[in-house]
Design a protein around this ligand. Structure first.
Ligand SMILES: *Cc1c(COP(=O)(O)O)cnc(C)c1O
Length: 508
């Protein structure tokens, strides 16, 4: 493809992307293809002769689009939102056109300098302490691939620091602290580093938040066993239920354990800190006072298309002490002088994408106020739309909340209200079976997408608001549809329990 062919194919690609977005709401949310569907359309080896680009572009529409789950669809309420913007897409196009793996300042000065600057913009937007600013010269931030990479990097830095301070301690005794609600990134960091993970229990009555006393008890217990907890991965806004660990209590305990690194994973909820009204609930002051590292994904709720996981550390030296390997071919005048940031020493890989362009375009185009409005409600991303859904669940005769709604996430289950006081309630096992049936019905539909979770043995369903095109009518549609599916589930359950002679719902 030459430059003029690229111009033509590029215009067509943009036109087709526009058509995709115009037609999105009419498409099924979920792809209904069967595993292996693509093998019927795409040969098992690359073609020997080059093909005409128009045919390739058309095959994308024919074979790939039908296999997509449409995360930007207004009725996508699964997992977590991946709000993306056209500004971000254009930035990605420019970034890929420059195609520079800016690992050192000298390898592409604009790439490093823009990242250092926009990470400071984002740091201020979220209200993080000035200690995390790149301009502080001590702390700083870098864009990582994902929150999992960010947590792994924090663990690598914390481990290396611990080993330098306690060279006599064997690796076998090092322990990573997480809770039962921590994202899989905690256990994964343990797997990758070959270290043990102590998963702390959290309680439903604490809304699945880690309490100080649980941490204290674990620290005592491990001390007795000769174990060395060196990092706690705390969460602000867990994936399952949006739980927020009790950071002020954790701080009180952790201050007696200065060698315990505290990493705050706020992958989904962190961008809500841009709005001052969310800061207390998310313990911003405590984060600012004592977290060693903090991560949020702008690529979830934060308007930047994948990937843009922002990681800040209070002391960049802990990253570079752990990760700086400089063979002769990577030495540069500025790097040797220590006058520039070489981001390759702030993450695991060498090369890195020019991702700061996305953040730069988005934050400029929206402005801080526009960004906050977006998080709040405006029309799209919406704590208020989630409240509408949570109110619906609260008023419903058949559904109930499992935990209080957290920001833009509601966790609920089918839980029919007893018809009379003297009937025994359904057992947890029966309720779980009922909810499996309910979720089975919901997931068989292709006009809405919700995901499920289990909270301390309770089977539940998650409703995550935040797809950029979700408006009030889509929430209403979801309420109507869930109401109907709830009734149909109860009818079907009724039928099977009658057949099997189990306690029926109508008898409760
Ligand atoms: C989504 C999520 C993650 C994982 O994000 P990746 O960037 O895909 O690794 C981690 N923690 C929380 C709380 C999340 O919501």
């Amino acid at each position: 493809m030459d430059i003029e062919q690229f111009r033509k194919a590029g215009y067509q690609a943009i036109d087709r992307i526009c058509e995709y977005y115009y037609s999105l709401h009419n498409r099924p949310v979920i792809s209904k293809v069967e595993p292996g569907y693509l093998k019927e359309h795409i040969p098992l080896t690359a073609p020997e002769e080059g093909e005409d680009f128009q045919v390739i572009a058309d095959d994308f529409q024919k074979f790939i689009v039908p296999g997509l789950t449409h995360w930007q669809h207004p009725s996508f309420f699964g997992y977590f939102p991946t709000a993306c913007t056209f500004e971000g897409m254009i930035a990605d196009l420019y970034a890929t056109s420059a195609c520079n793996p800016g690992f050192n300042w000298s390898s592409s000065p604009a790439s490093t300098e823009l990242e250092a600057l926009v990470m400071d913009w984002a740091c201020q937007l979220l209200g993080l302490s000035p200690e995390f600013l790149n301009s502080s010269g001590v702390g700083g931030g870098a864009i990582q691939n994902t929150a999992s990479d960010s947590a792994l990097i924090a663990a690598v830095a914390a481990r290396s620091l611990y080993q330098r301070n306690y060279p006599e301690v064997s690796l076998q005794d090092l322990v990573i602290y997480t809770t039962t609600q921590t994202h899989s990134l905690g256990v994964k960091a343990g797997l990758v580093l070959g270290l043990s993970v102590h998963v702390l229990e959290v309680k439903a009555e604490d809304q699945f938040s880690l309490r100080g006393e649980t941490l204290q008890a674990a620290l005592h217990e491990d001390e007795k066993l000769g174990k060395r907890p060196f990092i706690l991965i705390a969460t602000v806004g867990t994936t399952s239920s949006g739980a927020i660990d009790n950071l002020p209590e954790i701080q009180q305990i952790a201050k007696n354990y200065p060698s315990l690194w505290v990493h705050v994973d706020a992958a989904w909820a962190g961008v809500a800190l841009s709005c001052p009204e969310n800061r207390e609930r998310c313990h911003l002051n405590t984060i600012n006072e004592f977290a060693d590292s903090f991560c949020t994904n702008f690529h979830k709720w934060g308007l930047v298309n994948f990937d843009a996981s922002t990681l800040w550390v209070r002391d960049r030296k802990h990253l570079t002490d752990a990760l700086d390997v400089t063979p002769p071919f990577l030495r540069t005048k500025h790097g040797d002088a220590g006058t520039v940031i070489d981001y390759r020493n702030w993450h695991l890989a060498l090369g890195r994408r020019f991702r700061s362009l996305k953040l730069w375009f988005v934050l400029r185009s929206f402005g801080a106020e526009g960004f906050r409005n977006y998080i709040r409600k405006a029309s799209p991303l919406s704590i208020s739309l989630n409240q509408v859904f949570a109110d619906f669940v609260t008023k419903s005769e058949t559904l109930s909340l499992v935990t209080p709604p957290s920001l833009a996430l509601t966790v609920f289950r089918l839980d029919p209200k007893p018809k009379s006081l003297d009937q025994p309630p359904l057992s947890l096992e029966s309720l779980n079976n009922l909810n499996r049936l309910f979720y089975g019905r919901i997931s068989a539909r292709n006009d809405i997408l919700l995901t499920q979770t289990v909270l301390n043995g309770v089977h539940c369903i998650r409703f995550a608001v935040g797809a950029a095109r979700t408006e009030a009518p889509h929430i209403q549609q979801a309420c109507d549809l869930l109401c109907k599916e709830a009734d149909l589930t109860l009818e079907a359950w009724e039928q099977t329990t009658l057949d099997e002679g189990k306690p029926s719902v109508s008898s409760i």
